[in-house]
Design a binder for this molecule. Structure first.
Ligand code: C2O
Ligand code: CU
Ligand code: CU
Length: 455
């Protein structure tokens, strides 16, 4: 395909007003008659954060905050973001989970050319599905996501959902030391295992925050795992809470249960009935506290559980006519030699390690699907580390697993456990070359990324 020409920033009218102070620049124009060219102007730029009290961390931020500015739009409408790169490195934005045209998918050399320092790129697409999504670069990912280039994208339901209160919680563990300095985003011996973990957990950029919630109300918590490595085992002891959506897609509401494993890239929309004023709940990762949820008095009448969210318009795969393809995810010990030239390759899909810097990647997809064909993918994890397997451009249905009971549901990322085999299915209704990868960034950058062509 022909890549969109890069747009150079210099000399453009109006950019003089663009600053990136607290809160960033937000243009939410509400679609006036004489609509300007974009709804948001989103700047990526360096920003010092105080993650560790009294110390500075040289982060990179979208819209003057890390995690980035929350972008919002409504289902079925256009989202137009003028993205301005004020970093010293080239980058792109990928819209995780959004079904959009390939030119807007943010994969360098496949979707678009990298946005060089000082350039801008206009992203413009329709958001067909409501739910909790997020955005991040798709280049030099361990450093760029590690430094804070991650942000929430909320697509509101067409009609009011019944939720009156909501909070977005972006979960990230920063790779910083006790003085707030960055530590290595990727360490080879970790990349060959579960991935390199950051040590400072945070929600919306704050370590161990206390979040105030209105007593008696039902609040929608949009939990987004923007971390590069960690699978959070989310639990809320003592709380009355129900799962309403997984990875943007509604499910029949059900209790949270003991814990929910939220892998990198995944989202959980959890409704919480906030207890009496003064009560404190602990949102935890396994036994570790991530945040305190504190109930404060509310003048409003007590809320009730909203009905299930309406399904997104995702095509239903027909299993009786589907073709089955198999994908084995394995650890590639033989390739782990430190002496070999080029990037480290610790992981393989069907015996191939993907080279993330290979600009010809789109020319050798791991599978070529027929447009509008129905497909079942058998995903087999041959390793003892889990892999959140993510597909761009299309939403798939999780059918079953040999390790757990699955109520079939639609998603863009499936957490494939140790030695698990799971089946997913979808209609290949979006033409293009789509990345198919593990969302543990270390794994993706050392082999676990392939391209799926739909022609
Ligand atoms: Cu969050 Cu290639 O994606
Ligand atoms: Cu994605
Ligand atoms: Cu992985």
């Amino acid at each position: 395909m022909k890549l969109t020409r890069r747009q150079v920033l210099a000399g453009l009218v109006g950019l003089g007003v663009a600053g990136f102070g607290a809160g960033g620049v937000r243009y939410w124009l509400g679609r006036p008659e004489n609509a300007a060219s974009h709804d948001y102007e989103l700047i990526a730029a360096p920003l010092d954060l105080e993650l560790v009290p009294g110390h500075k961390t040289p982060a990179w931020a979208y819209g003057g905050q890390a995690p980035g500015l929350e972008l919002r739009c409504r289902q079925g409408e256009r989202l137009r973001v003028r993205f301005i790169n004020k970093l010293e490195v080239s980058t792109t934005i990928h819209w995780h989970g959004i079904r959009l045209p390939l030119e807007m998918d943010g994969v360098p050399y496949v979707s678009q050319l990298p946005v060089l320092p000082g350039e801008y790129f206009d992203y413009d697409f329709i958001t067909p599905d409501a739910g909790s999504y997020w955005y991040h670069p798709h280049t030099a990912s361990s450093e760029q996501l590690g430094r804070g280039l991650v942000g929430p994208l909320i697509v509101e339901e067409r009609e009011p959902s019944g939720f009156v209160h909501e909070r977005t919680l972006c979960l990230k563990s920063w790779h910083v030391d006790e003085q707030g300095a960055f530590t290595d985003f990727s360490v080879p011996r970790e990349a060959a295992r579960e991935g390199t973990r950051g040590r400072l957990s945070s929600i919306n950029g704050v370590s161990l925050p206390t979040l105030e919630l209105p007593a008696g109300q039902v609040v929608r918590l949009r939990l987004i795992n923007v971390d590069s490595t960690i699978t959070y085992r989310l639990n809320l002891p003592g709380a009355e809470s129900r799962i309403y959506a997984l990875d943007g897609n509604p499910v029949a509401p059900r209790p949270l249960g003991k814990d929910y494993w939220l892998g990198p890239g995944m989202r959980l929309d959890l409704a919480l009935r906030v207890p009496a004023a003064g009560t404190e709940l602990s949102l935890r990762n396994g036994p570790l506290r991530l945040a305190t949820l504190k109930s404060v008095a509310s003048a409003q009448a007590a809320g009730d559980w909203p009905p299930a969210l309406p399904a997104n318009p995702v095509a239903e795969p027909d299993l009786s006519q589907a073709e089955t393809l198999r994908f084995n995810f394995e650890w590639a010990a033989l390739l782990a030699s430190p002496n070999q030239a080029g990037p480290a390759r610790y992981w393989q899909i069907n015996g191939q390690a993907w080279d993330i810097d290979d600009k010809a990647c789109a020319d050798r997809p791991i599978a070529t699907l027929k447009k509008d064909g129905h497909y079942i993918f058998v995903l087999r994890n041959m390793a003892q580390y889990q892999h959140p397997i993510h597909l761009h451009g299309m939403t798939f249905k999780v059918l079953d697993s040999d390790r757990r009971d699955i109520v079939p549901y639609f998603t863009d990322t499936y957490l494939l456990g140790k030695n698990e085999t799971a089946r997913i299915a979808f209609v290949a209704d979006n033409p293009g070359v789509w990345m198919f990868h593990c969302h543990v960034i270390d794994h993706m950058e050392t082999g676990l990324m392939a391209a799926i062509a739909v022609v």
